[in-house]
Design a protein. Structure first.
Length: 184
């Protein structure tokens, strides 16, 4: 496994981040308990979380990236994230995560899916196109369908809501979002 999907997800989400305006920070998002501000913080903070997990460290407390240059903060954090996953032996290493243990090669897929999906959430909530990286979205959807069971679905704090029905002709990214519990 490589970091290619993660790097594509980072590039896609960065493009969406660059389109967010400061007057949109208090807009609602598909994530029920978050406004755009909290979603931005999760997207940037998520990159730091992935690094901490790869390095076997406790996750640091999140910061408020929405008050500064959140694109630059994302660039810095995502560069560290990719570097961490590219470390010697990381893909084969068994990582201890808050939700169990898995090899780095599986966790990089989670990181890519999380980064991409929250980019979709941000696009949806800020009026940007949600037709994001069709080929990547199709690959992430195929992976998510293999690993996300009903045991991971339910009301918060469960990581995923019940699968939603994507409308006919929905883009790959919209289909992924619906599978992960978003209303499309």
């Amino acid at each position: 496994m490589s970091t290619a999907a993660l790097e594509q997800a980072i590039t896609t989400t960065r493009g969406v981040l660059a389109g967010v305006k400061k007057d949109q920070l208090d807009a609602d998002t598909p994530c029920a308990s978050w406004k755009v501000r909290e979603l931005l913080n999760h997207i940037v903070g998520g990159q730091h979380f992935f690094v901490a997990m790869v390095e076997g460290k406790p996750p640091a407390a999140g910061g408020d990236y929405s008050t500064g240059d959140f694109v630059a903060a994302f660039d810095e954090a995502s560069a560290k994230c990719v570097a961490a996953f590219n470390g010697d032996g990381v893909m084969e290493k068994i990582l201890t995560l808050p939700f169990g243990q898995m090899p780095g090669s599986a966790f990089v897929g989670i990181a890519a899916t999380d980064t991409f999906t929250h980019g979709w959430d941000l696009a949806k909530s800020t009026g940007q196109s949600t037709d994001l990286s069709p080929e990547l979205a199709a690959g992430l959807l195929a992976g998510a369908k293999q690993f996300i069971s009903d045991g991971f679905r339910g009301p918060e704090p469960m990581p995923f809501a019940a699968e939603q029905q994507a409308p006919a002709g929905a883009t790959n990214a919209d289909q992924l979002a619906a599978f992960l519990g978003r209303s499309v």
